[in-house]
Ligand binder design. Structure first.
Ligand SMILES: Nc1ncnc2c1ncn2[C@@H]1O[C@H](COP(=O)(O)OP(=O)(O)OP(=O)(O)O)[C@@H](O)[C@H]1O
Ligand SMILES: O=C(O)[C@H](O)COP(=O)(O)O
Length: 394
């Protein structure tokens, strides 16, 4: 990464406005997965150890510029306190005189969590006044919120106009891993693209077709490709208006010498439900009244072989409706193949693929699981992320 990091500046005695992505899943006021908080610990700990006064800013959910009680960052601050084993101060606002008074009380090494930045309408509008108000609290801006780096908001981008701005360790690691994959991949390089819709993956397929050796397709989006090949797909997901695009992707793959893998068999169901009747059929035999909700065992085996022979695999999007056990086998098989492939560097795009790896208990077996869903997708599309762009060059 050609951006300055916290290692390039002296933080001792400085007040640091550190943007993190503490947008964690919550249920009934409890955090159900604290991965994102843990992922920010190296930066937080380093800043505190170096004698900075650390202000942590994050969004949680989408409160749309209003105070939503359930979206306060109080439980997150508590969890952080447990993980760090040291006191963390939490304030109920994110800027202003009352917050400044609390900041003034901090000693070097102290940590303070600001309130949800999306309680303010100016955050998502990237309002310069709000960005300035955030900046007035601190001497230095650190962006460690890779998961929100695709958003040009006041706390992820605007603030950098008013303070020296550098990356945290998580941001650095995410960018380094993903850039290496795109710009200088170990080969064979395989991308596995699944998920629900072609529409959401157009950019990423386009960009990866220029770079990979193998492209594996799965999930709901596969059936538009299957249809493009002339097979009947019953009630499986279809984006009629993307059939021509799917064809053109397959043609481009051929021209580029990219091996394009699609399901050869699938699990079909007579209902979108875990209790549906199911059977495994070949890809050219999907019954008219049934829908394909997972890849089949023959397909999983082929995909496993490709994974095994790859030096680098990037995976984005599940192979089937993995939330229902009846249709989780294909996604599980891919996750297990990645876990087993000892000579393969595995990068899991955030979002649902990361959730699947978590569900199957294989987190420790992957080389890199991105903390960003939308952010990693946009990065893999080749887009510039505003939250990275605004940081100072080395
Ligand atoms: N064959 C299928 N039919 C219908 N839905 C499917 C099928 N295969 C996968 N899905 C659904 O696709 C959804 C995931 O799609 P999405 O495009 O959101 O994935 P993702 O890119 O991993 O997600 P994120 O945007 O969170 O990163 C899952 O909820 C899954 O149930
Ligand atoms: O969960 C995420 O992908 C990030 O925290 C960004 O959240 P957003 O999609 O609400 O901007």
């Amino acid at each position: 990464m050609n951006k300055k990091t916290i290692k390039d500046v002296d933080v001792k005695g400085k007040t640091v406005f550190c943007r993190v992505d503490f947008n964690v899943p919550m249920q009934d006021g409890k955090i159900t997965d604290d991965t994102r908080i843990r992922a920010a610990l190296p930066t937080i700990q380093y800043l505190a150890d170096q004698g900075a006064k650390v202000l942590l800013a994050s969004h949680l959910g989408r409160p749309k510029g209003q105070v939503v009680e359930e979206l306060r960052l109080t439980p997150v601050a508590k969890r952080l306190e447990e993980l760090l084993g040291k006191k963390v101060v939490k304030v109920d606002e994110a800027y202003g005189a009352a917050v400044k008074a609390e900041v003034d009380k901090l000693n070097n090494g102290d940590i303070l969590v600001l309130e949800n930045v999306r309680f303010y309408p100016g955050e998502e509008k990237n309002d310069p006044e709000l960005a300035k108000a955030f900046a007035e609290l601190a001497d230095l801006y650190v962006n460690d919120a890779f998961g929100a780096a695709h958003r040009a908001h006041a706390s992820t981008a605007g603030i950098a106009e008013y303070l020296p701005s550098v990356a945290g360790f998580l941001m650095e690691k995410e960018i380094n891993v993903l850039s290496k994959a795109l710009d200088n991949p170990d080969r064979p390089f395989t991308a596995i693209i699944g998920g629900a819709k072609v529409k959401d993956k157009i950019g990423v397929i386009e960009n990866l077709l220029e770079r990979v050796d193998n492209l594996i397709i799965g999930g709901g989006l596969a059936y538009t490709f299957v249809k493009a090949l002339g097979h009947e797909i019953g009630k499986s997901l279809l984006e009629e208006d993307k059939i021509e695009l799917a064809k053109s992707f397959m043609e481009r793959a051929k021209e580029k010498g990219v091996r394009f893998y699609m399901p050869v068999d699938v699990v079909v169901a007579d209902d979108f439900s875990n209790d549906a009747n199911t059977k495994v059929v070949d890809i050219d035999s999907i019954p008219a009244d049934w829908e394909a909700l997972d890849i089949g065992p023959k397909t999983a085996e082929i995909y496993a072989d490709v994974i095994q022979q790859s030096k680098l695999v990037v995976w984005n999007g599940p192979m089937g409706v993995f939330e229902m056990d009846a249709f989780a086998k294909g996604t599980k098989a891919v996750a297990e193949s990645l876990a087993k492939a000892e000579h393969t560097y595995t990068v899991i795009g955030g979002g649902d693929s990361a959730a699947a790896v978590e569900k199957f208990g294989l987190v420790d077996k992957m080389n890199h699981i991105s903390t960003g869903g939308g952010a990693s997708l946009e990065f893999m599309e080749g887009k510039k992320l505003p939250g990275v762009q605004i940081l100072e060059d080395k």
